[in-house]
Design a protein around this ligand. Structure first.
Ligand code: AMP
Ligand code: MG
Length: 420
């Protein structure tokens, strides 16, 4: 039986980054940039003020203090987005707002707080003069043209994953669209005669189809489009019919129908209509994982991951095997889940002789991570996944790991809700 690493390597071998497309900037979040972005402008475009205050010739302020201010004549006001038509000459100042271009001749900006501007206003005195109380150094409070980005500079490189800061940088140089690796379209199909679509009445002996929803939302969270195909019955006709809608997808995920009893059906279809790469991985939960390829339209070959039907197993299998494949298709270099070393807070058994991934609650105290299990680890107990923020890895050769030992924990959720 394949190890987790062997199985993952086989899957990753069969998938490649998808092609690039141009998308509106706001749709690019989470995608990998497929071009270098070179600025056609200086940011900022002109020298501008970092403060609300007075643009002055710095020499005019030398020796200024509270008891012996320097008095300058105010010749103009310039707001952000406007240009002053006046030049600052010795003895003069221009009232200037943050972001406004610095007038010709000005070499520093003195903030309002270091002048008598507020007192004048309060006393209703004329504002055609200002007293400066502090000496300014050359260049004080002036942001230089091209200080953030110089024209011709590469601001973002192909290969980066686009986050809000990358979106902001692209916008700051005026980009409306960016070229990115396109998002995979992932067909998701549940199999099982026992399954009923949510919203319908539940006949005796049936269960609601939850896998379709947990898997489709994992697909979405990974940044892909989920094409929800619904439920196929446990017969060839129904399955083949449903698979028709997957023939132009980039990847197909099915759940169920791969354990001993049902396995032959999925296998028959893959054999006839595609190719089986492997079945079964030395892992718990999730042993009956099938990986193959089905024939798509126009001679395409679509990777197919047949996840186990148990609702926890299919989610864990997604994290271990599907997510890395999708990330590779999206052009990501690193496809590993964030992992921490955590100290076990209880003894953990492994009777399976397989690699075990137990659902766990990972917390941090005094700079160390700790892991405790969510409780019973039955692979159908989906509510346990709602308590878990990680999976602890118990190696295949360990029959037990004891409280106090350090384990690897794969972080499923890494956010402020868990205070880690
Ligand atoms: P299977 O792999 O098809 O043998 O299914 C294993 C177990 O998972 C059975 O108890 C199924 O009822 C359950 N199961 C299969 N598919 C789903 C699903 N889509 N939603 C919830 N449970 C499922
Ligand atoms: Mg089944």
């Amino acid at each position: 039986m394949l190890t987790v690493e062997e199985a993952l390597a086989k899957i990753l071998d069969e998938v490649a980054p998808l092609g690039a497309e141009s998308v509106p900037l706001l749709e690019a979040q989470g995608q990998v940039l497929a071009e270098d972005i070179i600025s056609g402008v200086n940011v900022p475009p002109l020298d501008n003020s970092a403060m609300d205050g007075f643009a002055v010739a710095w020499e005019d302020t030398q020796g200024a203090s509270g008891i012996s201010p320097k008095t300058l004549t105010v010749i103009d006001t310039v707001m952000a987005g406007a240009l002053s038509k006046k030049a600052v000459t010795p003895g003069t100042a221009v009232r200037i707002m943050t972001g406004a271009p610095v007038p010709t001749g000005a070499t520093a900006v003195v903030q309002f707080e270091d002048t008598d501007d507020a007192q004048r206003k309060a006393a209703g005195q004329p504002d055609d003069e200002v007293n400066i109380y502090e000496p300014a150094k050359d260049g004080l409070n002036i942001r230089r043209a091209g200080e953030s980005v110089a024209e011709g500079e590469t601001v973002l490189r192909a290969g980066v994953t686009i986050r809000p800061s990358e979106i902001g940088v692209a916008a700051s140089v005026g980009r409306k669209e960016v070229k990115v690796i396109r998002r995979p379209v992932v067909a998701v199909l549940s199999t099982g005669d026992e399954l009923v679509e949510i919203g319908e009445k539940l006949p005796e002996g049936k269960i609601y189809d939850s896998n379709l929803y947990s898997i489709a939302s994992l697909v979405q969270r990974t940044g892909c489009f989920a094409r929800v195909l619904g439920i196929a019955e446990d017969n060839e006709k129904s399955l083949v019919e449903k698979l028709e809608q997957a023939r132009d997808a980039d990847l197909l995920i099915t759940t169920g129908g791969v354990s001993m009893g049902d396995y032959d059906m999925v296998k028959d279809i893959l054999d006839r209509d595609g190719e089986m790469v492997f079945w079964k991985v030395r892992v718990k939960p999730g042993k009956p994982l099938a990986f193959g390829k089905i024939k798509g339209r126009d001679g395409r070959s679509i990777p197919h991951l047949g996840l186990p039907g148990n609702s926890v197993s299919c989610m864990v299998s997604f994290e271990l095997f599907v997510r890395p494949a999708l990330l590779k298709m999206m052009g990501r270099e690193n496809v590993d889940k964030p992992t921490v070393d955590a100290i076990l807070e209880e003894d953990v058994k492994n009777n399976a002789g397989r690699r075990v991934y137990d659902r766990a609650i990972i917390t941090r105290r005094d700079g160390s991570y700790y892991a405790r299990l969510t409780g019973p680890q039955g692979s159908g107990i989906l509510t346990s996944m709602t308590q878990a923020n990680g999976l602890v890895l118990i190696p295949e050769e360990n029959q037990k790991m004891s409280k106090g030992e350090t384990v690897k924990a794969l972080m499923l959720d890494w956010n402020e809700a868990y205070n880690i």
